[in-house]
Design a protein around this ligand. Structure first.
Ligand code: NAP
Length: 252
């Protein structure tokens, strides 16, 4: 059996943990070589160890996606190691735990927008020449906070709305040159990002999650399945789209 990403090279940001790690594992299982980018070198190495154990080719890359110089070095290292990039998953992100405007400092706003939106711009810009070489694919992690209020605070919701606009414009600008770009919009997913909410039992949030049709958090692997579809040729006619995967949260 040939994997659905056999022979492809993928860069996945935020792949040391949660959804990014699940995407790295799914892609590797489908035959991709994965460059594992994360802020935390140990977390990135942990993902690489797991992939290597299963016989996949991968390498860890410590990077701060919000820092242009750091991103430039990471792009150079990945291209030196694997020679090309076919798939980019811009997944690294940080949460604001529902802070409204009056509880959000300028520094917090800059951090959330810096990682979630500027980071996506910096990473995409650094790898786009390589993606253009081979007609690559970009998958950006937005959130239901990209289309509705209530899934995050002011900075997070603004950043995730921005991701959808970024994705559409990227598809419009480079689609004719063979690069596809699409966004995934998860609802609540059980990861280290949401662990504090689950552990502290924020009643309002947990009640919201229980009231959606699926009545639970998603597992990261369920989100990775959608990322796989968008990264593979099975989605060859999908350009600039946003896919909600939320257990029905936004259907209500
Ligand atoms: P997670 O487990 O916290 O994973 C996020 C990863 O991004 C972490 O490994 C984190 O590294 C990394 N990261 C943070 N800042 C970075 C930076 N400046 N440079 C490079 N890497 C950085 O959270 P997750 O739930 O899997 O989130 C993944 C994506 O899904 C995010 O974009 C998030 O907004 C989105 N999302 C999550 C949910 C959910 O319910 N979990 C719902 C919708 C959308 P460190 O751990 O070292 O900080």
């Amino acid at each position: 059996m040939v994997g659905r990403l056999e022979g492809s090279v993928a860069v996945v940001t935020g792949a040391g943990s949660g959804i990014g790690r699940a995407i790295a594992e799914r892609f590797a299982a489908e035959g991709a070589t994965v460059s594992v980018w994360d802020l935390d070198e140990k977390d990135a190495a942990g993902t690489v160890d797991a992939l290597t154990e299963r016989g996949a080719k991968s390498a860890a890359c410590a990077v701060d996606v919000a820092d242009g110089a750091s991103v430039g070095r990471a792009a150079e290292r990945s291209l030196a190691a694997f020679g090309r990039v076919d798939i980019l998953v811009n997944n690294a992100g940080v949460f604001d735990y529902y802070a409204p405007v009056l509880d959000t400092s300028e520094e917090q706003w800059d951090r959330i927008l810096g990682v979630n939106l500027k980071g996506m711009f910096l990473v995409t810009k650094s790898l786009l020449p390589a993606l253009l070489d081979g007609g690559g694919t970009v998958v950006n992690t937005s959130s239901i906070s990209g289309v509705v209020a209530g899934g995050g605070g002011i900075a997070y919701t603004s950043s995730k709305h921005g991701v959808i606009g970024f994705t559409r414009q990227l598809a419009a600008d480079y689609g004719k040159q063979g690069v596809r770009a699409n966004a995934i919009l998860p609802g609540a997913v059980e990861t280290p990002m949401t662990r504090p909410i689950l552990e502290q039992g924020d009643a309002a949030i947990l009640e919201t999650v229980r009231s959606v049709p699926a009545q639970r958090h998603a597992q990261p692997a369920e989100i990775a399945n959608l990322a796989l579809f968008l990264a593979s040729d099975e989605s060859s006619f999908v350009h600039g789209s946003s896919y909600v995967i939320d257990g029905g949260w936004t259907a209500l």
